[in-house]
Design a protein. Structure first.
Length: 112
């Protein structure tokens, strides 16, 4: 880039680095939200206590009731997870672009 002001280029590199850091933080936030929702989903599949002294018929009935209760909860969480995953994918795209811009500007400032 001939004819560009080195101070201006350095400032652009700083701004690009800040944008990159913000995009990466946003991506991490979305990844944590997805992980938390996956944890909630997994907790709905908790195995019954094996050391119970209740009759097997009662345990089966409790498991069935839990399954009936958990089904709509899982559906809601799966919908939430799908929306969170879509946001995470968008954040990944933004973070990749921000990373690329910051990397190019960093190379240009160091190449002078």
């Amino acid at each position: 880039m001939t004819g560009t002001d080195p101070k201006r280029l350095a400032r652009l590199a700083q701004i690009a680095a800040l944008i990159r850091d913000q995009a990466q933080a946003e991506l991490a936030r979305h990844a944590r939200a997805c992980a938390q929702t996956r944890q909630h989903l997994a907790s709905l599949d908790a195995a019954p206590a094996a050391d119970s002294d209740l009759p097997p018929q009662i345990l089966e009935q409790v498991a069935l009731q839990h399954s009936r209760w958990a089904a709509p909860q899982k559906a809601r969480l799966n919908t939430t997870l799908a929306a969170q995953t879509a946001l995470k994918l968008q954040a990944e795209t933004v973070a990749r672009a921000a990373f690329g811009r910051a990397q190019v500007l960093d190379r240009l400032t160091k190449g002078r």
